[in-house]
Each structure stands twice: as structure tokens, then as C-alpha cells.
Design a binder for this molecule. Structure first.
Ligand code: ZN
Length: 284
């Protein structure tokens, strides 16, 4: 059975290949999906994002259509260049989503359903997301409670958990910890209330300053280059992410890098500004 991190990696790969792209071809071996396609054409929609929630993979398409799949024992998603030869038999194909460059194929996924945002909420087996950092009604107290439920876990791992708070990716994870002077490997239970509040505050600040609203004010998208420093220099827009061995922008110590958590996501930090024993305190 695919583990959570396998599904996470599939979702990440699908997201990288398909997000922002228009679907040019949809094919399915499932009648119930084909019926939805007949009524609410899948082709022509944009893939907004792909994410994993527990063992579920969710593909969000424009105009409130969500493709939900569960791999169970044998299912898998593959990504091919358009026209490339598939590694599994065509008879195992259940869903094809194609864009100008990529063909995503779901093989023998036993569970596949189309949902709207509303019907997805009613499907209680799909884990709900934590408070969305980009929503106007973001509830910081609820987010702090959710973080506290993971007291024995490392803070940077918890920041990536979309069921705790929704919105933080791997770049912002390291940047937020640095800006708060918090070592990313510290367990949540060692953090003070003030440090936790600072982390939530900074998370929201960084995310909000890196999105733009579209004309309808509905969909938020990242503005290409993520930025957390206030430098006008394009090459100095991040504090620590992607800078292993380079001098800390604050103290000059070499930035360190290590894989972290079961998903082995890369974490960057300054050992001087973010000591493991205690916090150096937030700075901006
Ligand atoms: Zn430093």
C-alpha cells in the first residue's frame, strides 16, 4: 500500500507538472466520471493545484471541480511527456488528464470521484485542512491549538502539515523559522507561547505578502519569486532557503542544510541565529 509520503510525492510531482495548465484531454475508464465529464466538461479547465491529504490525492480544477483519488493497494499516478510510452498496460488506465506538455495517468485507482468544494466537505473520510493562512477569516487561536496537538514533533515538520495550518510550503517553512529565530528541529513542546504566536504571525505575513488576488478576488496565486527579506536585490530575496554554506544575512555564520522528517524535506537554518537549545528571539 502506498504510504502517505508516496502519495505526497505523487501529489507534488503532479502539481509541478500540471498546476496552472489547461486540460486539453480527459479520458476515463469509469462511467461515473465520464458522466460528470459529459455534463461539466473537464477539458478546458485549469488545474489549480494537486495536494495529498492523508492517503487521498486531490486535484483541484477551475470552476469548482475536484478529482479525488485513493490508491489503496494497487493504484498509482504516472506522469509522462505527451506521446511518451506508458510503463503500464493501457487496460490498467482509469483516468487520463493531459495538458499541452504532460499526460498524467491514473492506473488501477480503485476509488475515483468528482466533487465540488461543498460535496468534498461532506466526505468526512478525507482529512480536513487546518486554518487557511491566506483566508481573511484565518483563526490564529485555532491554528495555535492545532500546532499544540503535535507537541512531540519538530516545528518545521508541523509547519508543513496542511491539516495544522494550510498554505506553508517548503520554502516558507525554513524562512519562517529563521525570521522567528527558532531552530526548525525544536519540538513544539519546547516552544514558548510567545514563540508559537510569533511563528503563526510570521507565517501569515510571509504568505500574504507573496500572493496576488486575481481580478475576481477569488483565486490567489503565488507571485513567481517568493520573497521574505526586504532586499531590493533579486538574489537576496530569501534568508536561508537554498543557501547552504553561504553566510547568514544576519550574522555571517554558514547556513546549514539537512533533510527533515519522514518525507525528507530539505531544511535550511543558521546555527547561530537559530540555536537548538533556546531561541535567539524574533527579529524582522
Ligand atoms: Zn545567523
Amino acid at each position: 500500500m502506498p504510504e502517505g509520503d508516496t502519495i505526497f510525492r505523487s501529489a507534488r510531482a503532479l502539481h509541478r507538472a500540471l498546476a496552472g495548465k489547461i486540460i486539453t484531454r480527459f479520458e476515463t475508464g469509469y462511467a461515473h466520471l465520464a458522466r460528470v465529464h459529459d455534463n461539466r466538461t473537464v477539458t478546458g479547465r485549469t488545474v489549480e493545484r494537486v495536494e495529498a491529504r492523508g492517503k487521498w490525492l486531490l486535484m483541484f480544477l477551475s470552476d469548482d471541480l475536484i478529482l479525488l483519488t485513493h490508491m489503496l493497494m494497487s493504484g498509482s499516478w504516472h506522469i509522462y511527456r505527451v506521446g511518451e510510452r506508458w510503463q503500464r498496460k493501457r487496460q490498467d488506465m482509469r483516468i487520463v488528464i493531459e495538458t499541452a506538455d504532460w499526460t498524467a495517468v491514473a492506473f488501477t485507482v480503485p476509488v475515483a470521484e468528482f466533487h465540488s468544494a461543498t460535496s468534498l466537505l461532506r466526505k468526512t473520510v478525507v482529512p480536513a485542512l487546518g486554518p487557511d493562512l491566506l483566508k481573511e477569516d484565518f483563526d490564529a487561536a485555532k491554528a495555535l491549538n492545532k500546532i499544540s496537538e503535535h507537541s512531540a514533533e519538530e516545528i518545521a515538520v508541523v509547519l508543513l502539515n496542511q491539516r495544522v495550518m494550510a498554505g506553508i510550503g517548503n520554502v516558507f517553512k525554513s524562512e519562517i523559522c529563521f525570521a522567528c529565530g527558532v531552530n526548525p528541529f525544536r519540538h513544539v513542546e519546547t516552544l514558548s507561547q510567545r514563540e508559537l504566536e510569533e511563528i503563526v504571525h510570521t507565517s501569515r505575513k510571509f504568505l500574504k505578502s507573496n500572493v496576488t488576488d486575481n481580478a475576481e478576488g477569488q483565486i490567489v496565486t503565488y507571485t513567481g519569486l517568493r520573497r521574505t527579506t526586504r532586499s531590493d536585490d533579486e538574489s537576496a530575496r530569501l534568508w536561508v532557503y537554498g543557501r547552504p554554506g553561504q553566510p547568514c544575512r544576519r550574522c555571517g555564520t554558514a547556513i546549514e542544510m539537512r533533510k527533515q522528517g519522514v518525507q525528507a524535506r530539505t531544511t535550511y537554518w543558521c546555527p547561530a541565529c537559530q540555536p537548538l537549545e533556546r531561541s535567539a528571539g524574533p527579529f524582522r
